[in-house]
Design a protein around this ligand. Sequence first.
Ligand SMILES: C[S@@+](CC[C@H](N)C(=O)[O-])C[C@H]1O[C@@H](n2cnc3c(N)ncnc32)[C@H](O)[C@@H]1O
Length: 468
Amino acid sequence: MSDHATTLSPARRLALDILLDVGRRDAFARDVLNANTSLKNLDERDAGLTRRLVLGVTATSGCLDDFLQQCSDPKTRFSPRVRCALRIALFELLYLDAPANVAVSQGVELARSQSRGAAGLANAVLHRAASNRSSFREAEGVDPVHARIVSLARTSGTPVWLARIIEDSLGQDAARDVFASELTPAPVTFHLNPLTGDCAQGDGVGKGSLPGCIEPVDSAAYIRSGALGAYKAVASDASAQLIATSATRPGSCLEIGSGRGTKTFIMACQAYRAGWNRDHVAVDLYQEKCHMNAARLIDAGLPPARFAHGDARDLDAVLNEIDGETGAHVMFDTVLLDAPCSGTGTMRRHPEIPWRLAKQDIVRELPALQFDLLCAAASRVASAGELYYATCSIIYDENMAVVQRFLFSPLGSQFTLAPVSSSDIFDLPAFAQASTTIRDSENEIGCYASHPAPGKPDGHFCARLVRA
Ligand SMILES: C[S@@+](CC[C@H](N)C(=O)[O-])C[C@H]1O[C@@H](n2cnc3c(N)ncnc32)[C@H](O)[C@@H]1O
């Protein structure tokens, strides 16, 4: 094959530029994609290919490197730029089932664009890859004891250790849904501000079972309409909206891990729909996030919240000023801990997650932090009050294991688990249907645990703990 005759396609060239930029700036691929001004110079099909390559290569980078290693001489060293070019071609071969001649010739040109001398090596490696793609996916040559999980990991672009933990956490059937969804787009849903946005429901927008939750027929057009900028809505996964809704109760609420405030916003909206008065205190480690959250509530015309920032493991220090005003430890009717977690329920939206996580994070460090935060959160739940523990993880160690450990602790022994689907708000007729949706993903002890599947919402977890 004469590779010199091939012209490099603009979509692939731009994908490589963006991926190199992501690497240089240690940035998130989606952020760099969204900020890239050259994308709009491509026609829709090419722009779509660029997006797919950037997000797909990011999501599967470790598998692509394993494949590259298998297809090259062990002594070969690839410069980061050439490796990045080859990853694109390998992604096309492995995950887009691209015709071999296209993926190879374009990959050679991508490599040549980074180093003239790399074309010959790229040609040899990519031809080998084109012939070996099925055997790599099917884990041929891997010890038969491990071949099944290695094949699942490779076909979904997941690290093998993580694929194992996901399967141990969810069981084989649900894990298969997760793997099948990894390289598919997540549904795009929004939560409407009832003060300004509910009118948009008539505009070709599909209404889900949850009041305020919409999945537009054309989400890009909905975003272009300016609804988000005008605070008529926030983007939020449907499962996350169900959790924020279940934790919406009348009275005082402490939200820990409030971040930029998507759940703060949704809870304020749902309280308005329910006709409930609430006092909301939002805590996050970062002051900047608290500022963004505060500004959005004001701009949206929703009731303001009170903010405090700092490490919530030392909650007394964080709430010191608020306690000082009453002269006592303030206790809350509801405490929502939206805990920092692995984000494994949202990997479709955040392609960096699988290859940036370490096993230690999931099995040790995050569960330890989550347990400490849960104990701190529990210390502020009023008598007969409710504590909601939420994550966007699908991993047992971060979810049920943390809750079980808490329930066996001295403070935890004052709490009992209750079904998320029977939270107060679901007694209201408008919310009754959403209660059924929650029940569909509740486990036998009433904890909500959704997992991603193609075309379905993300994986989220929520336990409802009632103080005796
Ligand atoms: C799952 S995210 C929150 C998402 C947010 N609730 C929303 O709906 O937009 C977890 C949040 O916990 C915060 N966080 C992490 N460690 C913390 C700590 N030790 N104390 C308080 N907040 C912490 C992070 O800054 C992050 O915003």
